[in-house]
Design a binder for this molecule. Sequence first.
Ligand code: SAH
Length: 225
Amino acid sequence: MGKPMQARHRTCNGLSSQHLAEELRLKGIDNEMVLKAIASLRREWFVPEGFKTRAYDNEALPIACGQTISQPYTVARMTQLLNPFEGMKVLEVGTGSGYQAALLSLLGAQVWSIERMPELLETARNRFEEHGFKIATRLGDGSVGWNEFAPYDGVIVTAGAPKISSSLMDQLSVGGQLVIPVGEKKRQQLFVVRRLSDDEFDVTEHGEFRFVPLIGKRGWDETAR
Ligand code: SAH
């Protein structure tokens, strides 16, 4: 007889991320590449100790600095709205845990990600390095974008803004899309802004979501809570 069965961590065979992907499919996510990437990414790598057993629940979880790793459904919706493709240049505003950036990278995107909290950025960088993700990161205010590497085929803002940032629109390539939650501090509508030409943009709305506030020059004031 071997050792008695232990409560093995239920993510050890990657099955839980597959279950999560199936759950998201039932909730309406229909981009197969996005579902496949979710099924193969270990969300447990991106959640703090103490929350690992809940890593594959479809819920937002707390990370350091009073921030959150977004709900998987929200990540999936935003990712599919970006229409990811191999080699796409993406700017992410709000690195947080690093999960969204890692997912985009798995989908073949070249990712630039900005975070304003040093502690979060350091943890995310260590995770990227440990698990072999090549993601460019920077500490700073992403509400004004990252001009040096613009234009981007996609810009994804993972914190709620008071208005659509004109700087982020300026950094889109023609045909590129900005996915950004905009509204009040506690709840927002998800917008997709598509650049049709140098000076024409098309804006569509994609339902209500809840994000932590985007804080910065084209976001809320530092004191906003
Ligand atoms: N994409 C993250 C979500 C993190 S929550 C993930 O997958 O885990 C949103 C993050 O945006 C927080 O970490 C917050 O610190 C950061 N943030 C808020 N305002 C910002 C700004 N102006 N520039 C960069 N990051 C910002």
